[in-house]
Design a protein around this ligand. Structure first.
Ligand SMILES: [Zn+2]
Length: 458
């Protein structure tokens, strides 16, 4: 049965004076409050329809009451059980209006109470029909808008000008209360990835304490980010365990794991990935190692340039299969000579007494050419720097700094995960919210006609 809402708007206009901008400006102001009033009317009618069906069982068969009138039995004792009774007497309205924060603004609703003819319990059948819990104070669209606003760091704009009042603490609770930590856990197939990157970055937390946010991303063959996990103040072995659980069919697909020398990551994901030191950061680490050996910047700089030259060669572009053998040979010989020269350099360092520098480079030498070796073997062009992950951290960091100052571990983890997924898996993000909102085509509304009343006065 189609229902109608009649809206009567009153307006005044100063003929010959008003311009288009002012009209649009005022109409915009009306948008949310008008929608809120419509929402209120729809809900009140819904409440009436429900209580009508539940109280007139002689008219409505049990099929028409399906899904309505679920309530707990009125009985003493701890065990709360659902009542089978679906016939009620109307008992007027609840004394207090129910307040719910919605995306349109703060809703204040008069709600009907009914009494079950079977057990005598009094309840509000509208709330369970709406999927609003007994204590819920906000709806999911609102939650969605808050989170989108937090990610865009413009939550003030969301709050201002609407009757929504949500504090930073309230936003924190929305983020912490999200089920995001239990979702987006589906398996990732290693064969779809060209590499994995992990790193950490500092975050300011409660009382100005410094925490550490750690993130692991996959890089797809097309060079896109595949978020794998965010963690706050979590030890690397635990991070590794969680990530390994998500990675599937790792066998036979050895991909590089790229990192910039974070201690504790040398054997991260061993068995799934082959360590590759970031070719951009690695030479900088050498500078520090040599500096500890007492080597001045002037002396160490040429050595670093040498390393950069040895590791910084590009792979030929184009389909691997279509490349000429001599192109591959050229890469191979350059790779071999680079490796050899690095060995020579290590020996020179030790001879000169640069123990730290020698040890650093020796350790590094096993993890510098993984992407070249992989290419020579399979033709896969894997990432060789952590630049993609650094971009990810910049995205997260900028937002966390603005809003999450002083937040708990759970909040930082959740928000980082949300930022990552919205940024790099937009379609999955939209799907997640649609699912949460439960949009299934059970409510449609359209504009039938908008016309002016014919009482034109001059
Ligand atoms: Zn009952």
């Amino acid at each position: 049965m189609e229902q109608e809402i009649h809206i009567i708007l009153g307006f005044r206009l100063a003929t010959g004076k008003v311009n288009l901008n002012e009209i649009v400006y005022r109409l915009k102001e009306l948008r949310d409050p008008l929608m809120l009033r419509i929402l209120e009317q729809v809900l009140m009618r819904y409440d009436d329809l429900i209580s009508e069906r539940l109280s007139h069982t002689e008219i409505y068969p049990s099929k028409a009451r399906k899904g309505l009138g679920r309530h707990f039995r009125k009985e003493e004792g701890e065990a709360r059980r659902y009542c089978r009774g679906r016939k009620v007497k109307r008992r007027g309205y609840r004394e207090k209006e129910r307040k719910i924060a919605t995306a349109l603004g703060g809703l204040s609703l008069r709600i009907r109470t009914v009494e079950c003819c079977t057990c005598g319990a009094r309840y509000a059948p509208l709330l369970s029909a709406l999927g609003v819990g007994a204590y819920a104070r906000k709806e999911v669209n609102f939650e969605h808008e808050v989170i989108e606003a937090v990610i865009d760091t413009n939550y003030r704009r969301l709050v201002d000008g609407r009757s929504i009042d949500i504090s930073l603490g309230g936003i924190h609770n929305v983020v912490v209360g999200s089920d995001i930590d239990q979702t987006f856990q589906e398996p990732v197939f290693v064969k779809d990835l060209a590499g994995i990157e992990a790193d950490g970055t500092g975050v300011k937390q409660k009382g100005g304490a410094k925490g550490e946010l750690r993130a692991v991303i996959g890089v797809t063959q097309a060079g896109r980010v595949e978020p794998l996990g965010c963690f706050t103040n979590t030890a690397w072995p635990e991070v590794e365990r969680t990530i390994k659980e998500r990675l599937h069919e790792a066998e036979g697909h050895n991909i590089p794991f790229i990192y910039d020398g974070e201690p504790g990551l040398d054997d991260f994901l061993a068995g799934v990935a082959e360590a590759q030191r970031c070719t951009w950061h690695a030479p900088r680490g050498l500078y520090h190692a040599l500096w500890e050996d007492g080597v001045k910047k002037k002396q160490s700089e040429p050595e670093m340039d040498k390393i950069k030259g040895l590791i910084g060669f590009e792979l030929p572009e184009g389909e691997y299969e279509l490349l000429k053998e001599e192109d591959k040979e050229a890469v191979k010989s350059r790779y071999e000579s680079s490796k050899e020269k690095i060995q020579e350099l290590i020996e020179t360092f030790y001879e000169k007494g640069y123990c730290k520098g020698g040890a650093y480079l020796e350790n590094l030498s096993h993890r510098l050419f993984t992407h070249i070796e992989l290419w020579l073997k399979t033709g896969v062009i894997a990432p060789k720097t952590t630049s993609l992950l650094e971009r990810v951290f910049r995205e997260i960091g900028r937002r966390l700094k603005k809003i999450a100052w002083g937040w708990s571990d759970q909040a930082v983890t959740n928000l980082s995960k949300m930022i990552l997924i919205r940024q790099y898996a937009r379609d999955k993000w939209e799907e997640y919210w649609k699912e949460k909102l439960g949009i299934r085509g059970y409510f449609t509304i359209r504009i039938q006609s908008v016309e002016i009343m014919s009482c034109l006065t001059f």
